[in-house]
Design a protein around this ligand. Structure first.
Ligand code: NDP
Length: 323
């Protein structure tokens, strides 16, 4: 197919290993569809595969979420037809085309654009997982949220706030602090401050019920120090590097804390989980609780530039790649 291409890496390394490479879109097998992609979402996890923090089998096309229009339908597919607008999780979405199982594709509801789908499907399902499947905070509880205006954070904060949760956000700049407040955070702490002391001061010394921590290495100790007795340490990302090992006795010493390290794919591996998450996410978007926050858009061929941007820590909301 003329013009079809993907972004491929044949070695691990910096952003420059990401190269535009011609490809022949794979014809859909039984139960699959071929999608012409309108956009692929960039996620921090893509950088982990690029650097080797997570294992990638080379040559490797990064990308875990996308959206587009169904172009060809494989044998036996009854749920989708040519022209349907879909969004999905999948491996290798940095491409003009994506072939995958129809059972994993989510039809985009009326009123949600394809680029919005690509901006929310992975990040929004992650926010759903954290708030509804991992630790469901009750109205009146307090949550510490790191990177509150990033891809996941810009959905997590308004969603938690809409549930009656008091969000204390931690971020790195005044501009981001302002945005976090606008999206519902009750208080914002600078990551350069003594975060745990500030949290204690803001909670009458009690600490928070839950910490949703995506920063990892640089934030784990402050999250643990910010929790109340029997609080939940939900460590779900490594933006600053992998979290150091923690002895179980530490959790006891700090007040019988619960620590969990969830990964979205375990929560949406079966169709029921995926559909449940999608219903919650699209429902929250239709209700106006959540809006896709597209902060940056790059041409697909400029994926390396997009990686540099997300790794700089300066991006806001979702970052998209468009063919
Ligand atoms: P973000 O858009 O949130 O970007 C990362 C943010 O982390 C930055 O904007 C910055 O926010 C903060 N940060 C702190 N330290 C650093 C650092 N050293 N380098 C870069 N950024 C830093 O990314 P995503 O929304 O794509 O992902 C957020 C996190 O969630 C990632 O760690 C990702 O791996 C994780 N994740 C986990 C999933 C799971 O299933 N467990 C699924 C999806 C994402 P600030 O300036 O506010 O500090």
């Amino acid at each position: 197919m003329s013009g079809a291409y993907c972004i491929q890496m044949s070695e691990l390394g910096g952003p420059d290993v990401l190269k535009k490479t011609q490809m022949e879109p794979r014809e859909p097998g039984p139960g699959e569809v071929l999608v012409r992609q309108s956009a692929a979402g960039l996620n921090f996890i893509d950088t982990y595969f690029r650097t080797g923090l997570y294992p990638a089998k080379l040559p490797f096309t990064p990308g875990q979420e996308g959206a587009g229009v169904v172009e060809t339908v494989g044998e036996g597919v009854e749920t989708l037809k040519v022209g349907d607008r879909v969004t999905y999780l999948g491996q290798g979405t940095y491409a003009t085309h994506f072939t995958g199982p129809a059972s994993r594709m989510l039809k985009l509801p009326e009123g949600i654009r394809e680029d919005e789908g690509a901006a929310v499907v992975l990040k929004g399902l992650t926010a759903w997982m954290l708030l509804f499947e991992v630790y469901r905070p009750q109205p009146g509880e307090t949550a510490l949220v790191w990177a509150p205006v990033g891809g996941v954070g810009s959905l997590l904060v308004p969603w938690a706030t809409s549930m009656g949760v008091r969000v204390i956000a931690v971020t790195s700049s005044d501009e981001k602090a302002e945005l976090a407040k606008k999206s519902g955070a009750a208080d914002v702490i600078m990551s350069s401050d003594d975060v745990a002391s500030r949290v204690r001061a803001l909670t009458d010394g009690k600490g928070v019920d839950v910490a949703y921590d995506s920063v990892g290495k640089d934030s784990a100790k402050a999250s643990l120090d910010s929790l109340k007795s029997r609080g939940w340490f939900v460590t779900y990302g490594n933006a600053s590097g992998a979290v150091e090992p923690l002895a179980p006795g530490e959790l006891n010493r700090r007040g019988s804390l619960v620590m969990t390290r969830p990964g979205l794919f375990h929560f949406v591996a079966d169709e029921a989980g995926l559909k449940r998450g999608a219903a919650a996410l699209f429902g929250a978007m239709r209700a106006g609780t959540l809006k896709a926050q597209i902060g940056q858009t790059f041409a697909l061929k400029d994926a390396a530039e997009a990686h540099r941007a997300i790794e700089s820590g300066k991006t806001i909301g979702a970052t998209l790649l468009k063919p």
